[in-house]
Design a protein around this ligand. Structure first.
Ligand code: SF4
Length: 77
């Protein structure tokens, strides 16, 4: 069975909040680092990965398109 995952590479995040605004169930802003974080994200090397519910795919596709640094990826694995 495939599951949908969302991946964030935070190193170059500029904290513009676009992802947080468009998909608030998936993203939050870390006020200390000034960077976005995946809620329930698990660390993997240089990125964080979280499961994505079907109902949150559309809002996160918009976040992916809106990210000015191209740091968000959605995959079926
Ligand atoms: S849209 Fe991209 S650059 Fe902006 S806060 Fe989210 S991950 Fe960071």
């Amino acid at each position: 069975m495939s599951s949908i995952k969302i991946i964030h590479r935070p190193a170059k995040c500029i904290g513009c909040r676009s992802c947080v605004t468009l998909a608030p169930h998936t993203w939050k802003l870390n006020e200390e680092t000034g960077k976005a974080e995946l809620i329930h994200g698990q660390p993997r090397k240089d990125c964080f990965v979280a499961d994505l519910f079907e109902c949150d795919v559309s809002s996160n596709q918009k976040a992916q398109e809106a990210c000015p640094m191209n740091l968000i990826q959605i995959t079926n694995i």
